[in-house]
Design a protein around this ligand. Structure first.
Ligand code: AHG
Ligand code: MN
Ligand code: MN
Length: 353
């Protein structure tokens, strides 16, 4: 048994030999794994290093930054810089794109990342994570031309996250399945603990922030109401609900045992396009979920096919077990066929008058 340890390096070299994964991508992923180990240590030790708590600054999303948001962002940047093929970085914590090269060449890597996801969990000692997505620059472009970084989710060559829970894991896809590596504390190595993760097609667990019920659109309400109706309702079975406040943690659970995660656009967040960010939350998680046999939808279409218009844009997000996501999409279709929000508004006005 000790002779058969599949480390991240051995796994990546196998991918290089069997699937033609580029050597530079292998090095880049090893650098990202190092950044994740640094962040994992800092989240555990924060109380002693004075790294817990808020800063007095806000990020591009208008959210107060935690000290560890800033630290995690610095770790990603300084480790990713080691790879000379990375042309540009897009971070949740930075308004501006960082261009790393003087000349941009076709095939260079763009890295999009959410350095610390679920950071409000830090105050209460709950799990957090980091999310990343990697795409190729399609052609030779002018350095500083941010439009060149607006790659659709279907262009991703790699996506992954690290979860800082009781154990630290790294979960990645290079387009050939989804694999989980746990961090071995003695050696610092990431070792495969779950190869070819699979999201079961059916599930009886959903994840949504129910405090937003009043703002949800009818398709989302209908789906959740059907679930909570239990054995007497149209689903004829009981459902369980989980909401951790960290997308990484909820998606990790779904990749492990199935379920559906919803952060849809609703009456309150529609002007902004939703809550979660397309390039470094929805797209990488969508790629992982699809690679594991699940679906990633806005309710009305495939997340990975959204044409991006801005590096920090938001999206409606519904991810998880295939049959559950298809059921929610069917509710959206029925709603739209009946005239959607406009028809509902008119009916409410007619009733009031
Ligand atoms: P971040 O900490 O990177 O800003 O992301 C938080 C996100 C996501 O991880 C989570 O699912 C969601 O926001 C939680 O939102 P609510 O606070 O509305 O539940
Ligand atoms: Mn996040
Ligand atoms: Mn974040």
């Amino acid at each position: 048994m000790p002779y058969d340890i599949l480390t991240l390096r051995r796994f990546l070299l196998q991918e290089y030999r069997t699937h033609g994964v580029e050597k530079d991508l292998v090095f880049l992923l090893e650098d990202i794994a190092t950044a994740c180990r640094e962040i994992s240590f800092a989240t555990r030790n924060g109380a002693f290093s004075g790294q817990l708590g808020a800063t007095d600054s806000t990020n591009v999303q208008g959210e107060t930054q935690k000290q560890l948001d800033v630290f995690a962002n610095d770790q990603f940047i300084s480790h990713i810089r080691n790879c000379s093929r990375v042309v540009a970085l897009v971070s949740e914590e930075l308004d501006e794109v960082i261009w790393l090269k003087r000349t941009a060449t076709a095939g260079d890597y763009i890295v999009y990342f959410d350095p610390l996801d679920g950071s409000s969990n830090l105050d209460v000692n709950l799990s957090v994570g980091s999310i990343f997505s990697i795409a190729h620059l399609p052609g030779r472009v002018q350095v500083g031309d941010d439009k060149a970084l607006l790659r659709a989710g279907t262009d991703q060559v790699c996506a992954g996250y690290s979860i800082y829970g009781p154990a630290t894991s790294l979960v990645i896809t290079l387009g050939n399945g989804v694999h989980e590596f746990a961090n071995h504390l003695g050696t610092g190595e990431f070792r495969v603990v779950s190869a070819n993760m699979h999201v079961p097609e059916d599930s009886n667990e959903f994840a949504i922030n129910c405090s937003r019920y009043a703002d949800w659109d009818t398709p989302v309400r209908t789906y959740v109401e059907e679930c909570i109706a239990g054995t007497e309702g149209p689903r004829g079975k009981r459902f369980n609900m989980r909401w951790t406040g960290s997308m990484v943690v909820d998606i990790h659970r779904i990749l492990t045992r199935g379920g559906v995660f919803l952060y849809p656009d609703d009456r309150d967040n529609r002007d902004k396009g939703g809550k979660l960010r397309l390039m470094y939350e929805a797209n990488p998680m969508g790629f992982l979920i699809e690679q594991a046999g699940g679906l990633a939808s806005t309710g009305r279409g495939r997340i990975l096919e959204i044409p991006p218009t801005s590096v920090h844009q938001r999206a409606s997000v519904i991810l998880g077990s295939k049959n559950e996501v298809e059921r929610i999409e069917a509710h959206y279709r029925d709603f739209d066929a009946a005239g959607g929000i406009e028809a509902e508004k008119k009916a409410a006005e007619a009733e009031a008058s």
